[in-house]
Design a protein around this ligand. Sequence first.
Ligand code: FAD
Length: 376
Amino acid sequence: MDRSFPLTRAAGLDSLSDFLAGAGAAYAANRNTDRGPEAEATTSGLSPYLRRRLITEAEVVATADRAFGDGGAEKFVSEVFWRTYFKGHLETHPAAWADYRTLAAAGHDRLAAEPGLRRTYATAVEGRTGIDGFDDWARELVATGWLHNHARMWFASIWIFTLRLPWALGADFFLRHLLDGDPASNTLSWRWVAGLHTRGKHYVARAENIRRYTDGRFDPVGLDEYPDALDEAMPPREVPLPRGDAAPRGEIALLLHLDDLHPESLPLGDAKVVRLGGLIAHADGASRRVRSADMAAMADALARAEAHFGCPAGDVGTDWSGGLPVVTAWAPVGPSAAALPQGSLRVRRAWDEAAWPRATRGYSRLRSVIPSLLGA
Ligand SMILES: Cc1cc2nc3c(=O)[nH]c(=O)nc-3n(C[C@H](O)[C@H](O)[C@H](O)COP(=O)(O)OP(=O)(O)OC[C@H]3O[C@@H](n4cnc5c(N)ncnc54)[C@H](O)[C@@H]3O)c2cc1C
C-alpha cells in the first residue's frame, strides 16, 4: 500500500472514494488488523486530511452513510467521532495539552542529564530495543510518517509499561513524525493508554494480541503484561467551552490555518472575503516530512480559496489585513490557536458546536447521541 499522502483536498476525496469502494465494506471486521506498510490497508488512511480539514468530518460521514446505507457505516462513523470527541475534550480540558508540553520539556531535560534514560530512549526511537514489532513500528513511523491505530496502541503501551519511558516523550516522538499529528488525538490517546484519561484503566499490549492482529508478522517476548496504570496528582481541570464568534457583515480578511483548510464551507454568513492569508504553525520539532505536508496542504487551500472568493492570497505581514476584521476558522487547542493574531474572530462549524459540549466526560456520552447529531 502506498502511503505517500499527497496533501491536497482532491487527493483526500480520492482516498475516501477508494476506501468506500474497497476496504470500507469490511472495515468493522478488519480494522484492528495491521497487515504492514506494504500490504493492502484495512482502514481509510484519511487522518492526515481530516486532521487539517482538507476534507471535513461532516462530508466523510455523509458519504460513508450514503455508500453503505443505514447502519452500514456505523463502526466507521463511530471512529470518526472519536476524533471529534478528543477535540471537544481538549477544548474543555486545555490543561491536558499544557501539562503534556511541560512534561515533554522536562523529559528532554532528563534525557540531557541521565545517560541511562538517554540510552533507553535512543534505542526506542531508533528501533534498536530488540522487541519484535516495536522496533519495526519505530522505524516505520520515522520512514513513512504513519502507523496503524493498533500499532500506535501497542507501541505506546510498550513504551510506557515495558521500557518505562516517560509517556510525554513518546507523545512528543509521535507528534514530530505523524503526518496526522494532532494535539487532541495524540495527547489524549497517550493519556488513555497510560490509564490517565480513563483513570486507572490502561491499555496493556500483549504478545498474543500482537501476533493475532499482525497476521503473525510479530511475536515479541519480554513484554510487561501486568503493569499498574500510571497516576497523576492533579488531573486536568474542566473549563467551560469557549464560545465561537460570528463573522461580521461586510468586508473581512480571512486567515487560514492548519486546523481547518476547507474555507469554502466555513459559516461566514454575510461576510465578504476580500483578503486571504495563511498561517502555518507546525508542531514543535515537526519532521521535514510533516512540515512539507503542512506547506502543501496550505498551498492547496489557498489556491482553492482564491478561486472561491475571487481575491488573491497575500503574505501575512503587518499590513496584510488592511485594517479589516480578521476572521479565522476556530482553532482548537494547539499550535495554530497559540499563533493566531490577538483579536481575530473565530467562527466554529455546526459539527463542533453540536458535538463538543457532549465531549466533556467519557466517549460513550457522545457516542450515544451520534444518531441525533447526524439527524440534526
Ligand atoms: C497513541 C496514539 C496516538 C494517536 N495519535 C493520533 C494523532 O496524532 N492524530 C490522529 O488523527 N489520530 C491519532 N490517533 C488515533 C488513530 O490511531 C488514527 O486516527 C488512525 O490510526 C488514523 O487512521 P485511519 O485514517 O486509517 O483511520 P480509520 O480507522 O479509517 O478512521 C477514520 C477516521 O476516524 C478518526 N479516528 C479513527 N480512530 C481514531 C481514534 N482512535 N482516535 C481519534 N480519531 C480516530 C481519524 O480521523 C480517522 O482518519 C492515535 C492513536 C493512538 C493509540
